[in-house]
Design a protein around this ligand. Structure first.
Ligand code: KG4
Ligand code: ZN
Length: 331
């Protein structure tokens, strides 16, 4: 009998539901919350309210598009941590109520593990072990994946995440939230070597991005009015170039240290065209096998929760109905 899983993701400002049958994603619906744009960041209270409005229609669409009904489900999965607690609660309560009423098993999923396992959705999957650079709005990690459920963080940021570096730099340039995709867009027509920003020297496989934001701030403070408008593309290209250099240098160090040459990226920042191109080029030069998830599986989505839940299902890793969400969680 095929295994059919409904997964729900609501950790931040995207409400998403996905159906996975035997490890294949049949549907993945995402409702984006545009309400936060005017505030320059995600407003937790508004995010929870939007999840409440979105969750039923999003689940209905995921079921309908996969040709499933509630009775065909074998398990219900949800993102347990980390994230905004009010947002997580909406997905958790919905999933638990459904599991209780259908009398089906419940599976809890760690959001950052799911970002890594988004690489197992594609037809061409990486062999284990692999190294994954996970770059999102809240995290920047290098992960050694020995098997689907044996993942080890071997490096991470000591302050800002790579996504924050994009978003905070974008804010300094007067761009709306989230600024990462806009920097990517303007960078396409800019000169990445026009301006030079600070690259921190951090030991081991760890990262730091707070100095970059300060370096951009001090640089902009010294300029004449109108400078940003006249140089927007070059500024975006130079900021993006610096962030990617920091990321790829550490990735290269991780590969040298571990000897693992299957290399993946994951998380919202892995949607960045410069990072995707940079990784591909570096992989060709260094003899790595590189894997990059489709765009829809880079930013927050329930398909990555579903694929992780599938591997947990195969291992019999179910949770009780007492399982609640937590804002922070170690692996
Ligand atoms: O993984 P994600 O969707 O949510 C979290 O779990 O944090 O990542 C969101 C982050 C934001 O900082 C956003 O600006 C960044 O991913 N992002 C990008 C791009 N698309 C999303 N950053 C740079 N270039 C992009 N194309
Ligand atoms: Zn995420």
């Amino acid at each position: 009998m095929p295994v059919t899983i409904l997964a729900i993701e609501s950790s931040c400002d995207e409400t998403s539901a996905s159906i996975c049958v035997d490890g294949k994603i049949l549907s993945n619906f995402i409702a984006n919350q545009t309400v936060h744009e005017q505030y320059g960041g995600v407003v937790p209270e508004l995010a929870s309210r939007a999840h409440m409005q979105n969750i039923v229609p999003v689940v209905d669409r995921a079921l309908a598009s996969a040709g499933c009904t509630l009775s065909s489900l074998d398990a219900i999965a949800f993102t347990q941590a980390p994230g905004l607690i009010g947002s997580l609660l909406v997905g958790a309560q919905f999933a638990k109520s459904l599991a209780l009423s259908l009398d089906k098993p419940l599976i809890t999923v760690h959001h950052m593990q799911a970002h890594v396992l988004a690489n197992l959705i594609a037809e061409e999957k990486p062999d284990f072990p692999f190294i994954c650079l996970t770059v999102s709005g809240g995290h920047t990690q290098i992960v050694l994946a020995n098997s689907p459920l044996d993942l080890k963080v071997i490096g991470e940021t000591i302050d800002d995440a790579a996504g924050e570096a994009f978003d905070k730099s974008a804010k300094l340039l007067g761009l709306p939230y989230p600024g990462g995709p806009l920097i990517d867009k303007y960078a396409a027509s800019g000169n990445p070597l026009k301006f030079k920003f600070a690259e921190p020297q951090i030991p081991e496989l760890n990262f730091s991005f707070s100095g970059l934001k300060t370096s951009v701030l001090y640089f902009l403070q010294k300029q004449e009015p109108g400078f940003i408008q006249q140089n927007l593309a070059d500024l975006c290209a130079s900021i993006q170039y610096t962030i990617i250099r920091i990321l790829l240098k550490k990735l290269q160090k991780a590969i040298t240290q571990t000897g693992v040459k299957n290399v993946c990226i994951a998380g919202g920042v892995s949607a960045n065209s410069g990072l995707r191109k940079g990784l591909t080029e570096m992989g060709e030069k260094e003899g790595w096998k590189t894997y990059i998830p489709k765009f829809e599986y880079c930013t927050d989505n329930a398909a990555m929760i579903a694929i992780t839940a599938y591997y947990k299902y195969l291992e019999g890793q179910f949770s009780s109905l007492e399982a609640g969400p937590t804002a922070r969680a170690e692996w």
